[in-house]
Design a protein around this ligand. Structure first.
Ligand SMILES: NC(=O)c1ccc[n+]([C@@H]2O[C@H](COP(=O)([O-])OP(=O)(O)OC[C@H]3O[C@@H](n4cnc5c(N)ncnc54)[C@H](OP(=O)(O)O)[C@@H]3O)[C@@H](O)[C@H]2O)c1
Length: 339
């Protein structure tokens, strides 16, 4: 396999650090010749480690991409909009974690377990879906293939690391403030997140949906290439550090059974069934944090309607929801000689 020059834009953030952590854990995941760590002025000069070698974070600009084969962008939409096209001009393949390009027609929106071959259609930018979309679609694709899906009702319980490093600090600080009887400081979220839940992720539209809910709806349709599924979602922020949980209700087109669904999920790549109610076994974010797979439990029929099923889906939002998914895309690119 060709050795690649690799870059992480936003290397000091929650997702960027996770990309580096996974590469340090799995040394042969990608054949990396050289790695460039990029961030804003604020973190330029920060030291991070790759393969026990100290690397210095550099300021990202349009000149950063000379000789870079693949760059994972995890610095937010504004940076992606500004620098991703510059990187593409230099011949770099961009894998973008932001929502900037996800719904653009010519940009493949990829979950490697679901639609890997779409990667080949890229024109320089490949989008990583939203974290809550990734874990839901990894778990639903085997059921979609088994029996079709016509309706999805998703309620998410999303951790604060989904907002970034500052939100993790906010949850920790507020928890300490509350326990020690101090006044609570809110900087990242509009309300206290410690010991609370907020039914509000990203901005509201004029219909009262949040952008996060619309991402889950629209991205799911694009990835499955099925614009007829009826999907509705409520996205909720919870005081968990890592790991998004989702209560997902589906109606299948064809009648199927829980046994058939379990069988399909047990063979699905990247899915682990953890579902023994009699032994109180179901996926929990604290157990799933640090894992690359999507965990599914509470699989059961909804006896109130025809063809209804309920699932509880949990994954590490920083890993499968962002960094690991982007690295899997990078691996596909290298293994298929697309670089
Ligand atoms: N967190 C998740 O679970 C998750 C999941 C899926 C997708 N995403 C997406 O991934 C992206 C990053 O999220 P995050 O949670 O990692 O955020 P974060 O913790 O706030 O990190 C942001 C990173 O972007 C860098 N940055 C900021 N401004 C920059 C600039 N002008 N030029 C270059 N780098 C700049 C920051 O560098 P400094 O240290 O210099 O400020 C930092 O490294 C976002 O688009 C987010 O929507 C996040």
């Amino acid at each position: 396999m060709k050795k690649i020059n690799f870059a992480i834009v936003g290397a000091t953030g929650a997702v960027g650090r996770k990309v580096l952590e996974i590469l340090n854990e799995q040394k042969d995941f990608l054949p990396i010749e050289d790695i460039k760590l990029l961030a804003s002025d604020k973190s330029a000069g920060t030291k991070l480690y790759f393969n026990s070698k100290e690397l210095t974070v550099e300021r990202a600009d349009s000149e950063s991409f000379n000789d870079v084969d693949i760059a994972i962008f995890c610095a937010g939409s504004d940076v992606s909009i500004k620098l991703a096209p510059e990187a593409v001009k230099k011949g770099t393949i961009v894998i973008d974690n932001s929502s900037a390009f996800r719904m653009q027609k010519e940009v493949p929106l990829i979950i490697p377990e679901v639609n890997p071959d779409e990667i080949k259609k890229h024109k320089g930018i490949i989008a990583n879906p939203n974290c809550s979309t990734i874990q839901m679609v990894v778990a639903l694709k085997p059921i979609y293939d088994l029996a079709g899906i016509k309706r999805i009702i998703a309620s998410t319980f999303q951790s604060v690391s989904g907002t970034g490093i500052e939100a993790v600090e906010e949850l920790k600080n507020q928890s300490a403030q509350i326990i020690s009887g101090q006044e609570v400081e809110c900087k990242v979220y509009p309300y206290q997140i410690a010991f609370n839940v907020l039914p509000h992720i990203d901005e509201f539209d004029e219909m009262g949906n949040t952008k996060e809910e619309l991402k889950l709806i629209n991205e799911t349709k694009k990835i499955l290439n099925d614009w007829d599924i009826n999907i509705t979602a409520t996205a909720v922020r919870v005081p968990v550090i890592i790991g998004h949980s989702e209560s997902v209700y589906i109606e299948t087109v064809e009648k199927t059974t829980v046994a058939e669904v379990r069988e399909a999920l047990s063979k699905a790549p990247g899915v682990i069934i953890y579902d023994k109610p009699s032994q109180k076994q179901y996926p929990l974010p604290i157990d799933v944090a640090g894992k690359n797979e999507v965990f599914v439990g509470r699989i059961r029929e909804d006896i109130s309607v025809e063809n209804g099923l309920n699932l509880w889906i949990v994954a590490d939002n920083l890993r499968k929801g962002a960094a690991y998914n982007a690295l899997q895309i990078s691996k596909y690119i290298v293994e298929n000689n697309l670089v």
